[in-house]
Write a protein that binds this ligand. Structure first.
Ligand code: ASP
Ligand code: CP
Length: 343
């Protein structure tokens, strides 16, 4: 793997390898000294043309935990406002010695462009491009699900996939790069995915995606789900009205208090509620659902650091070994086993 641009072209082996490496990184995060010398002398540039809280900060934390140097670039306040192009911006940063460029851009395809030209000679990681993909988000989501289900099964998660798990991804699929990356990755890992959305918020051609589609949230829940992933209504990408009112939206497609109660009534005691953040509380998810013990919202953020450490490590260290068959015997043998009960 030279770049991480999409989950669509990620093989099952590569995906499992990233998740297994992330487990080892999580064990490092539980140590008193959370740092590894693995990327000492390497430079990671965070190139953000769109706003971010979680992704930018967790890539920074991940790179620092691996002892890399980090340069943070935000388009706001930079010479991009003077008209500087992506190419010139990237080359300027590369001239400062970037080994990896983590890029978030409003244009779908910008990371691919960076990776497919000779503008720079660095590993490129897609941190979200337009409405296209957000691969590290999908990986951290899969990591969170895998941990949860392994714990329920009382087995280790190393080497495991998500075979047979039922995942509903609900809401603004049309504008969501999180949904796209998740559909491909979850499918590769063997999960059974259903998209739930109003017809106006589903993309053209969705019937060709490797998943089912439903317009009915309650019916989908009644059929049984192991995880419900709520998507943010992306107002900033909407240039028209996609649903009659916010009230109507939250009643029909939001995860509200009634639906939270219905998980108990339906006997789904282990079903988790996910959200990539940032959340519109009261619109696609109620506060009771977001803050309930079923919610993995903060676990997802925590796991994001481990997954991004794994991605940076695998891309930059040149380590091509297969993951170890036994936990604790892999890249970071000696890492203390996780004692925290976390998903
Ligand atoms: N933070 C995620 C993204 O950048 C999801 C969202 O913004 O709704 O795609
Ligand atoms: N989930 C996510 O990508 O969050 P940010 O937009 O805050 O980075």
């Amino acid at each position: 793997m030279r770049h991480l641009l999409s989950t669509q072209d990620l093989s099952r082996g590569d995906a499992i390898r990233i998740l297994d490496t992330a487990e080892e990184m999580a064990a490092v995060g539980d140590r008193e000294v959370k740092k590894l010398p693995a990327l000492r002398g390497r430079t990671v540039v965070n190139l953000f043309f769109e706003d971010s809280t979680r992704t930018r900060i967790s890539f920074e934390a991940a790179a620092k935990r691996l002892s890399a140097d980090v340069i943070n670039f935000a388009a706001k306040g930079s010479s991009v406002s003077k008209g500087e192009s992506l190419k010139d911006t990237a080359q300027t940063l590369a001239a400062m010695g970037a080994d990896a460029v983590v890029i978030r851009h409003w244009a779908s395809g910008a990371p691919h462009r960076l990776a497919s030209t000779d503008w720079i000679d660095a590993a490129v990681i897609n941190a979200g491009d337009g409405t296209h993909e957000h691969p590290t988000q999908a990986l951290l989501d899969a990591f969170t699900m895998r941990r949860h289900w392994s714990r329920l099964a009382g087995t280790g998660s190393q080497g495991a996939d998500l075979s047979g798990m039922r995942v509903a991804i609900a809401g603004d699929v049309l504008h969501s790069r999180v949904a796209r990356s998740n559909v491909w990755l979850l499918r590769t890992l063997g999960a059974d995915v259903t998209l739930v959305a109003p017809p106006t918020l589903l993309p053209i051609g969705v019937e060709q995606w490797p998943c089912k589609v439903s317009y009915d949230m309650d019916r989908t829940l009644e059929q049984g789900v192991d995880a419900v992933m709520m998507l943010r209504v992306q107002g900033e990408r909407m240039n028209a009205s996609f649903f009659p009112s916010t009230r109507e939206y939250s009643r029909r497609w939001g995860f509200d208090d009634n639906r939270l109660r219905s998980l108990d009534t339906l006997g789904m005691k282990d079903t988790i509620i996910m959200h990539p953040g940032p959340m519109n509380r009261g619109l696609e998810i109620s506060s009771a659902a977001a803050d309930s013990p079923r919610s993995t919202v903060l676990a997802q953020v925590r796991n994001g650091v481990s997954v991004r450490m794994a991605a940076l490590y695998l891309l930059l260290s040149g380590d091509t070994r297969e993951p170890a068959a036994t936990p604790g015997a892999g890249h970071f043998a000696g890492a203390a086993p996780s004692t925290k009960e976390s998903i």
